[in-house]
Each structure stands twice: as structure tokens, then as C-alpha cells.
Design a protein around this ligand. Sequence first.
Ligand code: N1C
Length: 256
Amino acid sequence: AVLLLIVVLGVALGVALKRNSEPFKKTFIDRYSAELSMIFQIHCGKIWTAFEQAYVRKDPCKVPMEAYDPLMAAAPFKPACNRMMFWSKTKEVVHDFTAKKDCFLTLEDTLLGSVLDGLTWCGKEGSSDTFTAGCPGWTDCDNNTVRSFWNRVSAAFADAACGDATVMLNGSLATPFSPYSIFGSIEVKNFNSQRMKSLNVVLITQEKNVSNCSNASFKDLQKELDGGIKYNCKEVSEAQLQWCSSSPETPCGSCW
Ligand code: N1C
């Protein structure tokens, strides 16, 4: 009976102690998250200010890409060697693939890229506001708010590329590598052979593929590449890509 009493008392004490630790745990977590959210708000405020100064009070057709330099300084990219993925005219296929298979990192997987993907914004002379309607379109003028942003972040993203980088291009186009695209006009020019070992082109083909790896535009691409960077090209069907992204056992390196 004495033994039973000791056991019962022991269990009761244990329960009581656990109960008592619950409010302590709550205090701990509440204080910790209050502290973190304060740090986050200060950080977000700084990034927002650096972002906003690029275009606020300006003619939305007169925002050069350099206007976003302070933003890039405030929110630099962490390089992800061997995992960086570039693309041109293949946005959906690429993101469909990267969403299912955690092998590659696109600009939209970075903090800045994901926050602004799909958004439109601009300023106006004489106003301190940010507008989301009535802004110039992508091709209305060269130095528009949104296009200059993508030009600037793409330049920084390409500059950070290291090891082996990959680009997915569209084999349904007669000119898969276009010197007028962001990839052709900005990213390729910012690759740095001191950091980057190779560029691997993955040419996405469909049933009726228009181009292959011997397409003339790839000669232009190779000419643009900084001397020390190796070049490879591989044709991969969209079906194979989809098959690979939906089979969890297939390792990243065996998709093509
Ligand atoms: O002009 P592109 O392609 O060659 O630009 C793609 C290239 C990628 O490698 C990205 O790193 O440049 C970067 N990039 C984006 O990350 C991005 N996200 C959303 C460029 N443009 C981006 N967008 C929007 O896609 C942008 O607003 C513009 O409308 C398109 C450009 O895509 P593209 O011509 O297929």
C-alpha cells in the first residue's frame, strides 16, 4: 500500500510540474516571437525603403536599372553553387519542375524574386505613393519601373552564379537563345568565369520541335560566354521532364 501511495504521489507530482511548465513555455514562446517579429519588421522596413526609393516621385519610364542598386545592397543573394537555374521563354515548365523537385534554385525562389513575381508597380512625379494601376507595360518604354527591376535583380542573380549553372530554353522557338531576352542581354553578360565553371543548356522540346542543340543561336550564346566557362547543350522532351519531376526516386542528376 505504501509503495502504491508513493507511485500515485509521484505521478501526481509529475503532472503538476508539467502543468506548471506550460505557462512558462507560453511565456518563452510569446516573448521569443515578439522579439523576432520586431527584428523582422525593422528588416522589412529597411528593404521596403530601399525598394521604394528606386521609383517613387519618378516618371515610371525613367527608372534605370541602377535605381535598384541600394535594394540589391540591402538584400544580396546567397549563392547556391551548382543549383542555379536560369530560363528564357520557359517560365511555366521551369517552375513546374522546380516546384516538384528540390534540385534547382530560380530567381523566383529567392526572397526578392518571390515577393515581386507577377506584380506591377510604379511611382508618379510629385507623389510619394506607389501605384499598381496605370503603370507602363513591359515594352512601352525601356526604362520602366518593373522591367528595370527584373534587369537589375537578374544581373545580380547571374553575377552570383557559381559552379555548374543550368538554363532551360524553349525548343519550340526558331531562336531559342535571343540576345534581346533578359537571359541573353543581361544574365549571360554577368556570368563570371572566376566563380562559374559551366553553363548547361537544357533545350525543352515538344512533339513538333523546331530547334535542336545545333541551332545557330547557340553559336551566339557561346560567343557571349566569358572564355573560362564551359558550354554544354542537351535536348530534353517536356514529357521526360514531367515524368522525372513526378518520380520521387529519380535523383536530380538523372533527369537529363
Ligand atoms: O527575358 P527572359 O525571359 O529571358 O528572362 C528570364 C531570365 C531568367 O533566367 C530569370 O533569372 O531573367 C530572370 N527573370 C525572372 O526571374 C523573372 N520573373 C518573372 C526575368 N523575368 C522575370 N519575370 C517576368 O518574365 C518578367 O516580368 C517578364 O515579363 C518575363 C520575362 O520572361 P522571358 O522573356 O521568358
